[in-house]
Design a protein around this ligand. Structure first.
Ligand SMILES: N[C@@H](CCC(=O)N[C@@H](CS)C(=O)NCC(=O)O)C(=O)O
Length: 83
């Protein structure tokens, strides 16, 4: 389902999606009339700011925090092996 063997994957009827930000954008668009319009589709300036936030999260925040998360997971796994 995911060409790189990773998660997440979303299957919505005949549509299969991968890449977390594409999945969340799809869900936000699909359900935009059911609450807060997270993608701000009616205001192009606000929509652009949402896209900037997504890009910053993907390319600045995520690489930095991923290293921390993986270290925590590795440390927890190591402590389980010791005990
Ligand atoms: N760019 C992808 C990255 C997905 C990703 O890194 N998934 C990790 C878990 S958070 C994974 O499946 N790792 C297992 C592997 O790479 O084998 C996305 O945003 O969906």
């Amino acid at each position: 389902m995911q060409p790189f063997g990773q998660v997440p994957v979303l299957q919505d009827n005949d549509l299969t999606l991968f890449e977390s930000r594409a999945i969340t954008a799809y869900i936000a668009e699909k359900h935009r009339d059911k609450g807060t319009d997270l993608t701000r589709h009616e205001d192009s300036k606000e929509a652009a700011i949402v896209k900037i936030c997504s890009e910053v999260e993907a390319h600045q925040f995520n690489p930095a925090i991923s290293a921390v998360i993986h270290q925590l997971i590795d440390r927890r796994a190591a402590s389980r092996r010791i005990s």
